[in-house]
Design a protein around this ligand. Structure first.
Ligand code: NAP
Length: 325
């Protein structure tokens, strides 16, 4: 009890999302006071259900606030009294919209709203969930291992989601430089996030790569590979970046070791969980030239972050989705 009383208050934006809910769960388990925003309080029950499934029984340290990234309403209220902000919310649909601004505007303006409100409220540090999308798209990947020094080129033709994450992260760093007034920013750049589903809260990454393979709706291997990371480790790296003295001013790629094509994922499921394969199609392997590597050395070295393997993350998703945890 004493421990809980001395802990700080953290706002997690986007508590209804796959990463948001796992982050709230870990913070509550560690005794923090947690505030979270959601677009509509109508989704409150899904948050409570997931946290109960995660073992939380006392909700007295959790506050829910309605706030949308596209309006100013309630953001001052959301950040009030917070020591740290984990800005996780951003639109992440399975398909790109016709108008890229449907993603770019909430991603960029939402990040700026959160940063401004946090600065004005005297918050110590904001950790922004960016993406590998802001690091590794549009340069020739051949023989190149992506690191935090790399940036996706906004002058190249980019899918809307990739562009939204790149624009949002760049805007956040610009804000800190020009108008931050001392507030600290640290950025996490996760690759494809997998791992266990709680309370039925999934995300586009799970819907595409796990459900799509298991139910057979994915019938050919797209010509790319992805890094894989477990949602529990992404929540953990946000908390590490929130606390570590060397995290401000830095971005951290969050990935387990190695990359996989969707063929590799299907082969893993066929080998390890043949009982789940409902109507799996014969996906074809893709050439090694499509394998695009990235490094997790910075996060491991500075933050002492040790992610689970990609196999463990993917199998945990399959197990929780197929109801056999
Ligand atoms: P998710 O489950 O779709 O979560 C997205 C969250 O953002 C939801 O809570 C959603 O709220 C919220 N949101 C979207 N538009 C909003 C708006 N206009 N106003 C307020 N909230 C809004 O996906 P996720 O995987 O947890 O994504 C969390 C973060 O990780 C995002 O920043 C995403 O870009 C980043 N990321 C994800 C992956 C991945 O593979 N999953 C990889 C790299 C980075 P609703 O429930 O109301 O829609």
């Amino acid at each position: 009890m004493k421990n809980i009383q001395t802990k700080k208050t953290v706002l997690v934006t986007g508590g209804t999302g796959f990463l948001g809910i796992h982050t709230i769960l870990q913070l509550l388990q560690q005794g923090y006071h947690v505030k979270t925003t959601l677009r509509s309080l109508a989704k409150k029950d899904s948050i409570l259900k997931a946290l109960k499934e995660g073992g939380i029984t006392d909700f007295s340290h959790l506050a829910l606030i309605e706030a949308d990234l596209t309006t100013d309403k309630n953001w001052d209220e959301a950040v009030k009294g917070c020591d740290y902000i984990l800005h996780v919310a951003s639109p992440f649909p399975a398909d790109d919209p016709k108008d890229e601004n449907e993603l770019i505007v909430p991603a960029r303006d939402g990040a700026l709203r959160v940063l401004k409100a946090s600065r004005d409220a005297g918050v110590k540090r904001v950790v922004l969930t960016s993406s590998f999308a802001a690091v590794g798209y549009s340069i020739d990947a051949k023989d190149h291992i992506f690191t935090e020094k790399d940036w996706t080129d906004l002058n190249a033709p980019l899918p809307a989601y990739i562009k939204s994450k790149t624009v949002a992260e760049k805007s956040a760093w610009e804000f800190i430089e020009k108008e931050g007034n001392g507030i600290e920013l640290s950025v996490i750049n996760p690759v494809g996030i997998f791992g266990p589903v709680i309370g039925g809260i999934t995300s586009a990454s799970l819907d595409i790569a796990i459900s799509g393979i298991l139910n057979g709706s994915m019938d050919k291997t797209p010509p790319f590979t992805m890094g894989v990371v477990d949602v529990r480790d992404v929540a953990d790296i946000h908390i590490k970046a929130m606390l570590h003295p060397e995290a401000p001013g830095e971005r951290f790629i969050a990935t387990s070791d190695g990359v996989m094509s969707f063929y590799d994922v299907a082969e893993l499921f066929k080998k390890e969980r043949p009982q789940y394969i409902l109507d799996v199609k014969e996906l074809q392997p893709i050439g090694k030239e499509f394998y695009k590597e990235m490094s997790n050395e910075k996060a491991e070295t500075i933050l002492s972050w040790n992610p689970r393997s990609r196999e463990e993350a993917l199998l945990a998703s399959a197990d929780s989705l197929m109801g056999n945890q």
